[in-house]
Each structure stands twice: as structure tokens, then as C-alpha cells.
Ligand binder design. Sequence first.
Ligand code: ADE
Length: 361
Amino acid sequence: MNYDIKDTKLAHKGALRIEWARNNMPVLALIARRFEKERPLKGLKIAACLHVTTETGVLMEVLKSGGAELFLCASNPLSTQDDVAGSLAKNLKIAVFAIKGEDTVTYYRHLKSVLAAKPDITMDDGADLVSTIHQAKPSEFANIKGGTEETTTGVCGYGWCGRGVSMRAKGMAARVVVVEVDPLRALEATMDGYEAMTIKEAAKLGDVFVTVTGDINVIRKEHFLAMKDGAIVANSGHFNVEIDIPALEKLSKSKKCIRDFVDEYILRDGRKIYLLGEGRLINLAAAEGHPAQVMDMSFANQALSAEYIVRKHREMKRQVYKVPEDIDKNIAALKLKSMGIQVDVLTAEQKKYLSSWEMGT
Ligand code: ADE
């Protein structure tokens, strides 16, 4: 089996950390138990481009228990946990191509290595596999039944990620400013108790900046020029394009890595700006990403959507589908059950009331 990872000697540590994550992913455990019996992915090759974390390790186990042959590369050059890659390659015999800190050339070589397996199904976080496939000749990937895509990091402005960042910052007693382009969301942010303003205004005020927009050059030259000395800038969107790093480089007379994942830029007028994690998605570049309890649901979606593709691909069209609501509801029900939470059901009278237009006051 081919693989390219940092070191298989890290496998033992990786296996223990994957075990820890597995203990906190009850929905995936239930799916694994069913997959072992039903083997819905038997004989299929799955190419996955995901952050190689302990939680992804658990997803790989689940897909394998469903009968799949797996090929895994990283969905970001900085998010790989090398011990996890070691364990997946050595213990689970998965063809892993991922090394933390790999350069761009290696990153894309790894992506190609995974696609060379001629997968039946692709699984993305950031759409790198599916976009590469769409730039190739259709005949190269004739056997693909479908692909799944999930990106949990960075969804436009005061979306779910922006709300999470704001809430945590408020919890740490920060004065939180939200920058938005959508009036509805800016209003929601205001009603939630944050200050909404333009990036031009915010640039002068902020001590810490976090981009979570999914768009390009959100913080750029004119904003760096307005920032306070010592401002900290980070990105938590999927790609490293939200902060205009080339502009920061041009404005600076020097740059040094002052501690892990912190680059100090000294501007020509002497002000310092600190860029975290090379502007890559900070939660995975400098920490361990979302906790297992959250990824339990994201990855239950990946596993059940792959199963859905296997069962339904013959009747599916060549288009983007949302995850069917049944799958989402099923996962929510399993998660609530695992947390010991029960929900009510509508009475017959309530159901009737909701579906009628005649019953009024
Ligand atoms: N995306 C966000 N957090 C993640 C994690 N812990 N594992 C894999 N993908 C992620």
C-alpha cells in the first residue's frame, strides 16, 4: 500500500488520541455498528480530502466498517495531525497522503495521489477534490457515483461560525464588533448585543481580528495601515485568502516567527502586526479544530450521505444536492438520544390544527 506521512512511529500516540475522540462520537458509533452488519460501502473506493484529525480518524474507521477502501489526503497543508496520519496508515491500512506543514506542491501531489485510486465516491472539506475532478477530462473519472462536501469553517460573515466566534469572544469579556455586508445579519448582530460597523471603522478599533467570511481580501492594505500597534490578525475561514497577506508582506520591513503560529510583521513606521497560523484556518492550524462532539454530527452526515449516494446514484442527476432532511433529522435524533435528551411529539389535535386553515381563534 502506498502512503506518504511524516512517521509511522507516531502511530501509537495517534491510536490513543483517536480512541479518545471515538469515546465522544456516539452517533458515529451507532452508524459503525449498522455498517458492520449491512456493509453498504462494500468494494467501493472512497477518496477523502479532509483535515486529518482524530475525528477524521474515527470517520475513516466507520467507512471501513462499511466495507470501503480508503484513500485520504489533507484538506489544508497545516491541519494534519501527524500522529493520526501515522495510525491510519499503520493500524488501519489506509492510504494516507498528508504531512503537517507540507508545501503547496506536495499538497497538490497528495491530492493527485488520492485521485489516482480512481474513486467511486469523493468526500471533501473545501471542495478541492471535486474542483480538481471538474478540471479533468470526464473520461478520467468515469466511475464516480457522487461526492460529498462539508465545510464547517467560515460561512459568510455573521453566519454560524461568525456567531460562534462572537459568542466566545463575548464570553471572554471582549467588546465585540461584527463586520457584515448583509443588512439582515448586521441587524441580527446588533440585536444580539454586538456593535456592527464597516471594516474601515473596525480596523482602527480592533485589538484582535478574526475573518470568517469565505471570501477574498476582507482585510487588506488600507486596513493594515489603520490598525493599532500590536494588532492580532487571524482567519477562521477555510482558505488563506481572507487576509491579504501579500499586501501585509509589502507594507512590512521585517517579519519573524516570534512563537509557534505567530508571525510578527514590523511595518515601515515601526508598528507591529501579528498574523496567526499564516492566515490559514486558525482553529485547525494552531489547535485541534472542532471537538469530537461536534464532528460526530458533521461526519455522521458524511457517512450517511456516502451511503445515500451508493443507494440512489442511479436516479440522481448531475447537480448539487443538499443533504436530505431525513438524514439531518435522523442524526439530530441519534445525537439527542446519546445525550439523554427527549423531545415532545405533537398531539393529534395539534397536528390537525397545524394542517388546517379553517380552525381560527
Ligand atoms: N473541521 C473542523 N474541525 C474539524 C476536526 N476536528 N476534524 C476534521 N475536520 C474539522
